[in-house]
Ligand binder design. Structure first.
Ligand SMILES: O=C(O)c1ccccc1N[C@@H]1O[C@H](COP(=O)(O)O)[C@@H](O)[C@H]1O
Length: 195
């Protein structure tokens, strides 16, 4: 449904803006492009999104709640790296603050916390942390998903969407088309067989 374009310079998945524009132009109308950023100034994010034609951006760093209002015209996915109960509490406080400022994220993404890493780690959120999450109607589950485990994780967590990076690759940054297809089929099968 969505294709992620990673603009984080530290990532093996980083895509050059010119290539990203070509990818966006080639997408079917039913597929949305999401730009992933880590701690970039809002003006820079907005300018790149407008230039490339991105309607959705994923903020995957320490961006403050105030940044959301500066990106008001874009659909915003805010990622939180969850490694403890304190991290869940910090996420809840962040979301309250953003609402108070008049602009919460459109979707909340939860990813594993791995010290020193921004994301794309292939690590999963610990199971005991999920019951601590507040109700999030548009929860995107990420972190360590693969074609082999996504159905079980979807059945257990019941997210609105799932997101995968390293779990469908043959090497860092190299998507494996067979694994991408297998992932989508497994994720959809979990939804269609849900009681
Ligand atoms: O994929 C990356 O390299 C990346 C870099 C910096 C921030 C986020 C990144 N990816 C996001 O991380 C999660 C989990 O990825 P994985 O499936 O465990 O490899 C996901 O939301 C990616 O979009």
């Amino acid at each position: 449904d969505w294709v992620g374009l990673n603009f984080h310079p530290g990532s093996p998945r980083r895509v050059d803006p010119a290539l990203a524009a070509e990818i966006v132009a080639a997408l079917p109308r039913t597929t949305e492009a999401v730009g992933l950023f880590v701690d970039r100034p809002p003006d820079e994010v907005a300018a790149l999104a407008d230039r490339i034609g991105l309607g959705i951006v994923q903020l995957h760093g320490q961006e403050p709640p105030e940044d959301l209002g500066r990106l008001g015209h874009l659909r915003l996915v805010r990622a939180f790296r969850i490694g403890s109960a304190d991290a869940v509490a910090a996420m809840v406080a962040y979301l309250r603050r953003a609402e108070d400022l008049g602009r919460g994220p459109d979707e909340v993404l939860v990813d594993a916390y791995v010290p020193g890493c921004d994301g794309g780690t292939g690590q999963a959120i610990a199971d005991h942390l999920f019951p601590l999450l507040p109700p999030l109607p548009r929860l995107i589950l990420a972190g360590g998903l693969t074609p082999e485990n996504v159905a079980e994780r979807v059945a257990r967590v019941r997210p609105w969407m799932v997101d995968v990076a390293s779990g469908v690759e043959s090497a860092p940054g190299q998507k494996d088309p067979d694994r991408v297809v297998a992932f989508i089929q497994a994720a959809r099968s979990a939804v269609s067989t849900a009681p």
